[in-house]
Design a protein around this ligand. Structure first.
Ligand code: J2J
Length: 538
């Protein structure tokens, strides 16, 4: 079994402890402490449910016992695919308490992605809800089961059919294990992924707790705050920037919003007096538009975090007038580094930058193609290391060799510039992925899927600017003989069992791709050429 680890060189680990970033807390430990301090305060609200801190802890401990009763043993991996429901927290904190390792899948993932996570993580169990948004996750679980050998248990919240219903697993006899070392890996988060399928990101208790504790502070979360999770809570942004974990750490109240539509979100903001939430730029645009005619009172909202993709200054400048709250831009990544504009920054910084790092010990390098630092204001590739940025992916030597420098910097793939005050402005990216409303789609992964179609000779997938999504995907296809047709090709990709956001938004058939002087196709150059040619025609 590949070892689960995330290790910083000793001298860094020492410094991060000395400076008080890593305080030796664990995920289970801090929740138990909050439950002791404020047992009767509401921790989470969702649907008809309102759980106090004591109630959440009790449910988490029961779930820990249930997972152990299934025969799962500390250190084993469990893929969790749950929507925005309170049970997300009781399951995940249950796994933490049993020293099991959650792997965070998104609700949009389908059989290809889930089987990949099960295999890469060598997961023994998979936790789902029976259904959500008209989709039956038990059907997906059957497909995963057929592909992923080694998956021993499927555990369901709700009607389990042939699987195990979480609530009915007897648990009275189980003793819970001692809390883990804070330096251990607490869970596997998934990467946005610029090449191939998402990579697995091992995060430790020490490093992750630092990132959301400091985030909660920077974003001004406290006991009287009401944080709403509008984006899928398994994603690193709503989870930790400051997210539901930051909110629990701060003793705030969490509202689980089942859908990010303005209608659903505004209704909950009014009903629960939400003070803070986070969205991706296209949603911010929709909410701003909807607010002008909305019947709901959203005046409780104090801070709107916007991140995941570039928020254009023109839109950023309209947030306060449209929604009556302070904009906080956030530029982060599941691998670590997170930047925020600060709440008291002047408008110019809030509107025009993507913020500055959380930590004084976040090391940020902006370099040209030869690795030389660029001057302030000049674009370059962003490299970073620090007290909550990983040094390696799980079980992926090839990705590790590409993504990290010899001295441990993570190559983010983002092109940024730095202002004189140390704020970052995202200018673009080096890698070939499509940032589709904050959901990252790897060009390579989709090309691979398209090439599996018998009518496709070659495929190149590029990002095209899109007024609503920010970017959309466009697949250029050289057909083999007769063109398979746009609808059939989209249906084919969909039928391969991929998240819907990966199906190309647009498909263009072409006769040939340009080759280089030696007749080779350089995919990077090709994607660039196709993008430019396409943009000239529209
Ligand atoms: C431009 N690009 C951005 C921004 C992320 C907080 C917020 C977001 C994520 C996230 C996260 C951007 N402007 N404001 O994990 O904790 C692009 C960059 C980055 C990639 C990471 C968090 N905010 N991006 O989006 O792991 O390209 O995390 O490298 O999904 O999103 O994607 P992901």
């Amino acid at each position: 079994m590949s070892e689960l680890k995330q290790v910083w060189p000793e001298k860094y680990a020492l410094r991060y402890r000395e400076k008080g970033y890593w305080r030796g807390e664990t995920m289970s430990g801090f929740l138990a402490q909050r439950a002791r301090e404020t047992p009767d305060r509401i921790a989470v609200i969702g649907g008809e449910q309102r759980w106090t801190y004591a109630g959440l802890l009790e449910r988490a401990n029961e779930n820990a016992a249930r997972f152990l009763a299934l025969g799962l043993r500390p250190g084993e991996r469990v893929v969790v695919q749950l929507p925005n429901i309170p049970e997300f927290l009781s399951v995940v904190f249950g796994l933490f308490r049993a020293n099991l390792i959650p792997v965070f899948a998104l609700p949009a993932h389908r059989v290809t992605e889930i089987s990949h996570f099960v295999e890469k993580a060598q997961a023994s169990a998979y936790v789902i809800t029976a259904g959500d948004g008209g989709f039956d996750y038990r059907v997906l679980a059957r497909e995963v089961r057929a592909r992923a050998i080694g998956l021993r248990h499927v555990v369901v919240i709700g009607d389990a059919e042939e699987f195990r219903a979480l609530d009915y697993i007897p648990c009275s006899e189980q003793a819970l294990p001692p809390l883990p070392s804070p330096a251990e890996v607490a869970f596997l988060q998934i990467s946005g992924g610029s090449t191939g399928l998402p990579k697995l990101i091992p995060r430790t208790h020490d490093d992750y707790i630092y990132s959301f504790r400091a985030s909660a502070d920077i974003c001004g979360l406290g006991k009287d705050s009401v944080f709403m999770a509008a984006l899928p809570v398994a994603h690193n942004f709503p989870m930790s920037s400051p997210g539901v974990f930051g909110a629990l750490y701060a003793g705030s109240r969490i509202v689980m919003c089942p859908s990010p539509s303005a209608e659903a979100a505004f209704a909950l903001i009014e009903q629960e007096r939400v003070t803070m939430t986070g969205v991706v730029p296209p949603l911010a645009l929709l909410w701003m538009q909807a607010a002008s005619t909305s019947k709901y009172d959203i005046s409780s909202l104090e801070v709107l975090l916007v991140g995941g993709a570039k928020f254009m200054p023109e839109a950023a400048s309209r947030v306060r007038a449209a929604l009556g709250c302070t904009l906080q831009q956030v530029f982060g990544m599941a691998e670590g580094l997170v930047n925020y504009t600060r709440l008291d920054d002047p408008d110019d910084i809030i509107v025009n930058t993507q913020g500055r790092p959380i930590s004084p010990d976040d090391e940020v390098l902006i370099v040209d193609d030869y690795g030389n630092p660029v001057a302030d204001g000049e674009p370059g590739q962003l490299l970073t290391r620090g007290p909550y940025t990983i040094r390696s992916y799980h079980n992926d030597d090839a990705a590790n060799a590409r993504a990290f420098t010899e001295d441990g910097y993570y190559r983010t793939g983002d092109i940024v510039s730095r202002t004189g005050e140390g704020y970052l402005v995202v200018r673009g990216r080096a890698g070939d992925h499509i940032n589709r409303a904050g959901e990252k789609v790897s060009a390579e992964e989709i090309e691979d899927q398209l090439l599996a179609h018998p009518g496709v000779f070659d495929a190149a997938v590029v990002s095209i600017p899109d007024p609503y999504l920010g970017e959309r995907s466009c697949a250029f296809i050289i057909p083999k003989g007769e063109s398979p047709g746009v609808a059939a090709l989209k249906a084919f990709v969909r039928g391969r069992g991929l998240a819907e956001f990966k199906v190309p938004d647009q498909i263009v058939f072409v006769g040939a791709f340009q080759t280089t002087a030696v007749g080779k196709v350089n995919r990077k150059v090709l994607r660039q050429q196709l993008r430019e040619q396409f943009l000239k025609t529209v």
